[in-house]
Design a binder for this molecule. Structure first.
Ligand code: ARG
Ligand code: ZN
Length: 894
């Protein structure tokens, strides 16, 4: 069944109050749901009350205290419909579920002997029959009863009472004063330890902040709690948004489908985004924890106080909240730095976000699952927690921030909350609030063209033409945009026309010595001009430009588009050395590297010898040795583009050829720049106590990049450096980097011995064991056979999503040679694992299924076995709706 955005109908009833009572037991939990139900004024008197339910056993239904006669309700597989209700009634439903058997990790489930819930998007229906949709908002009162072996009993809001029952069980009562949709409900019960602090909010209220985790892990929650305090402060200072509850709890769980969940006052987190200490977590882990804690905390306003009318509006809360977490991280990274260092730190964050967007969202937007950030239809909403809704959604918010400016954007946010606090609204409502400010700033403009970002899919391509008239000292820039239909849009027929997007396009011009030329634009003279492209093609004229300049385009990645401009390699080298915009400077080097690797891949396919251009090597040497660049920035500037990004640039994707080409260039750089890399390795050691702060983390990133080049090049003493680092490392970042370099490029027995010792040392730490599996699954020498052997390891299980991701997903998504072996065994392995996972956890299975999305763009030798594997999965009887949607779209819309 396909659900369409245009079919939205309001729910005929209000459910202002809900009381939930749980008798918790792993094998049979009884839930009594008592709701106040009121027919809406305009609704028909015979509108049934239709409630969703899944995998539930019905015990009883009552209305106003009396059992309901059997002819007044109808129970079907997924719903319970009540007929002939008075306009206002108390409905009481008692049901039973079995948390211990719930491997989907949606609804109520057991993990590590404790109870947890995950309700977004449609998990609440696995807990009780209810109107499981975000526009039905209720105040919740929750009673939890459990045996004393579950001493901690948590739910949303404020704790009202705790008591011991005559039968020895504990009972607690919680009340959440804010009306919320059921997807924000949560409960946790079990043996947990916690760390807490009290802070005063901006208006002077004391609030209790707590982080709960497994007993024994209390030493690993300091960073998480500190991050939470920083997030709370940041939302106050940057957006004027204060915590509205007396207490805010975060709970870590090891079995979790996603990163984390913003349940009101009771965030539930994948343990990977909570637990950290220097010995077990990497710099990237620390950064990820701060960012996800910020993200979920920021949802309290953008998501919870103002929520979504329906799931098509998911980007309303996710795009906006990702934008907010990106800005939070950028501000934290730049905190306490001088202006130049802060600009570089912000650029590093922007680069990392754009790298992620290009690796995940661009391919999605060019494939069978392409959808606008506000999808028009879906079969399974769980499949639409996508890079498009999240990351492209954040770019669409960022463009509004760019168009309105920081102050204007803040005014738009204030207006959004003034209009919609306490409501379930749409993306249109958000844009309308922003537009109310925009039209005040620019009485002659509006956001009507901009709104197309919400309804058209695909990554626009912007062609840039630069004309220079030396006699008139005039430079003309012509921008032309193009975005042909993608995925399902292509099936809409010949009549389907996409209209131009509103694209804020930031440009600078450099003279031939690399100096920034002042640009007169929009009433100011600046190094950067923000061109607003709203038609298919437009021109801008810049005066007083003596010679043909070099354009610096899409500065700071001002729009999620692909730039089409024919720089020469000399121009790229100039930009890479001189562009005053650190993002565009990075971009120039990446474009140069991309051209190198693509040329090498072609040479490889043609059976020619591989050769790297001297000008490229010199560009890299200049970046590596530029004393004006900090280590974190250099680590990004010198990182070769990922295979995922490179694949988007190939007519026919050939991952093994790309892998060989990229490896060749890495090794060649290591050989030709051995002395410089060695110097960087020595200069960027971080002795002393570990700190995850951006400066030391940046040094480690550069040092470890240097190590990987030296290892790849088989530079003589590189293995010794790697072994020494591995043995002496005082933090997990350096241990993992050294181990990875050894496993990927080392020789002899050392790497295997080190792997075995690593496992023995960390076997009791699930998050570190995940790293151990992931490193091997993505290693260059790992084959399908090796992956299968790793699955036989006693620590492997498909039931734990983190473990499945660390081995299966790493292999299928990040091991080009193993997965895309021409014998097709990688694809057979993929099909097998998709089906095995689907029987346990459809949401995770569907994510793995997406690994073959873009099969039709691969070289024929790979395309054919990929298609066969997809067909094999599609033909499987009893496929979940989740996987069904992915594989059928892959085969149909590719
Ligand atoms: N809203 C959560 C977030 O912050 C994601 C929850 C998605 N849950 C799911 N089962 N798909 O981003
Ligand atoms: Zn979110």
């Amino acid at each position: 069944v396909t659900v369409h955005r245009k079919d939205y109908q309001p729910y005929p009833y209000d459910i202002p109050e809900v009381a939930l009572a749980f008798d918790l037991a792993p094998d049979a939990t009884e839930v009594r749901c008592t709701m106040q139900v009121q027919r809406k004024p305009g609704a028909s008197a015979d509108a049934a009350l239709v409630l969703d339910g899944e995998d539930l056993e019905l015990v009883s239904v009552g209305v106003n205290g009396a059992a309901l006669p059997a002819d007044s309700y109808r129970l079907s597989e997924h719903s319970l419909a009540l007929y002939g209700l008075p306009s206002s009634a108390t409905v009481e439903i008692v049901s039973r579920c079995k948390p211990s058997a719930n491997s989907t990790l949606m609804g109520l489930y057991v993990s590590g002997g404790n109870f947890f819930t995950q309700c977004e998007a449609e998990g609440f229906r696995r807990i009780t029959w209810f109107a499981d949709r975000p526009d039905v908002m209720s105040r919740y009162r929750v009673t939890l009863r459990a045996q004393p072996e579950y001493p901690v009993l948590l739910s949303n809001g404020n704790l009202l009472a705790t008591r011991q029952l005559p039968d020895g069980r504990n009972e607690v009562e919680w009340e959440d004063p804010f009306p919320k949709p059921c997807y924000l409900f949560a409960l946790v019960a079990g043996k947990l330890t916690h760390r807490e602090t009290t802070v005063k909010t901006a208006s002077g209220r004391d609030v209790l902040l707590q982080v709960y985790s497994d007993p024994g892990s209390e030493s690993k929650t300091e960073w998480a709690l500190d991050s939470l305090v920083r997030a709370l402060r940041w939302d106050e200072s940057r957006f004027g948004l204060e915590l509205d509850l007396d207490r805010f709890m975060i709970v870590a769980v090891h079995d979790f489908n996603m990163g984390a969940m913003e349940n009101k006052g009771l965030n539930i987190f994948n343990a990977a985004y909570v637990l950290a200490d220097a010995d077990t977590a990497t710099d990237a882990n620390y950064e990820g924890i701060e960012s996800v804690i910020g993200h979920e905390y920021f949802h309290n306003w953008t998501g919870n106080r103002v929520t979504c009318r329906d799931w098509f509006q998911l980007s309303l809360k996710e795009g906006l909240t990702v934008f907010r977490d990106q800005e939070f991280s950028a501000d934290m990274m730049a905190d306490g730095m001088d202006a130049a260092a802060a600009a570089s730190a912000r650029a590093v964050k922007r680069i990392d976000d754009v790298v992620a967007l290009r690796a995940a969202q661009f391919p999605e937007d060019a494939g069978p699952m392409a959808h606008p950030i506000r999808p028009e239809s879906y079969q399974e909403i769980g499949n639409f927690y996508t890079a498009t809704v999240y990351e492209k959604g954040a770019e669409v918010i960022r463009m509004q921030h760019t168009l309105l400016g920081e102050e204007g954007f803040r005014a738009g946010m204030d207006e959004y909350f003034r209009r919609h606090d306490g409501q379930a609204v749409t993306c249109d409502d958000f844009v309308a609030a922003m537009e109310s400010v925009y039209v005040r700033q620019h009485p002659d403009r509006d956001l009507s063209v901009f709104r197309r970002w919400y309804r058209q899919a695909g990554t626009p391509r912007v062609n840039v033409k630069l004309d220079h008239d030396p006699a008139a000292r005039r430079c003309t820039v012509t921008l032309t945009q193009e975005c042909p239909p993608v995925g399902v849009e292509r099936k809409a027929g010949a009549g389907y026309v996409k209209a131009p997007f509103h694209i804020p396009f930031a440009v600078g011009l450099l003279d031939r010595d690399g100096r920034a030329l002042p640009l007169r634009h929009a009433g100011a003279v600046q190094d950067t001009a923000l061109l607003e492209l709203t038609q298919q093609s437009q021109q801008w004229v810049f005066e007083d430009i003596a010679e043909r300049p070099v354009p610096s385009l899409l500065r700071d990645f001002s729009a999620p588009v692909i730039v089409d401009y024919g720089w020469t390699n000399e121009e790229l080298a100039l930009l890479s050395a001189h562009d005053s915009n650190p993002f565009a400077r990075w971009e120039a080097g990446q474009e140069f590297a991309t051209r190198q690797i693509l040329a090498l891949a072609e040479a490889r396919q043609a059976g020619k010898t591989l050769h790297a251009e001297a000008a490229f090597i010199e560009t890299w040497r200049a970046l590596l040795t530029d004393p004006a660049l900090d280590a974190a920035y250099r680590a990004r500037a010198l990182a070769l583009p990922s295979e995922k990004t490179l694949a988007e640039r190939m007519q026919q994707v050939d991952p093994p050829a790309l892998a060989v080409a990229r490896d060749f260039l890495r090794a060649e750089l290591g050989r030709q720049l051995a002395a410089e890399f060695r110097q960087a390795f020595d200069d960027n050691q971080t002795p002393g106590e570990y700190s995850p702060a951006p400066v030391p983390a940046g040094k480690r990133a550069l040092k470890n990049l240097a190590l990987s080049h030296l290892m790849a090049a088989c530079e003589l003493d590189a293995p010794r450096l790697a072994e020494q680092q591995y043995e002496k490392a005082g933090n997990m970042t350096d241990s993992m980097a050294a181990l990875s370099a050894l496993v990927n490029f080392g020789q002899g027995e050392y790497p295997q011995k080190a792997l075995a010792a690593f496992y023995d040392k960390w076997r009791d730490n699930a998050l570190v064991v995940d790293k151990w599996f992931a490193l091997q699954a993505a290693a260059r020498s790992t084959t399908v056979q090796t992956a299968r052997e790793l699955m036989q390891h006693p620590a492997f299980t498909l039931r734990n999503p983190n473990r499945a991701r660390s081995l299966i997903f790493q292999f299928c998504l990040n091991n080009a040679r193993g997965m895309h072996h021409p014998d097709g065994t990688g694809y057979a392995f993929w099909a097998e694992q998709v089906l095995a996972l689907d029987a346990l956890n459809p949401e995770i299975a569907a994510r793995l299924a997406r690994a073959l999305d873009n099969w039709s763009r691969f070289v024929p030798a790979l395309r054919t076995p990929m298609q066969a594997a997809l067909q094999q999965v599609r033909a499987h009887a009893g496929l979940s709706r989740n996987v069904q949607e992915i594989v059928s779209k892959a085969l149909e819309f590719a």
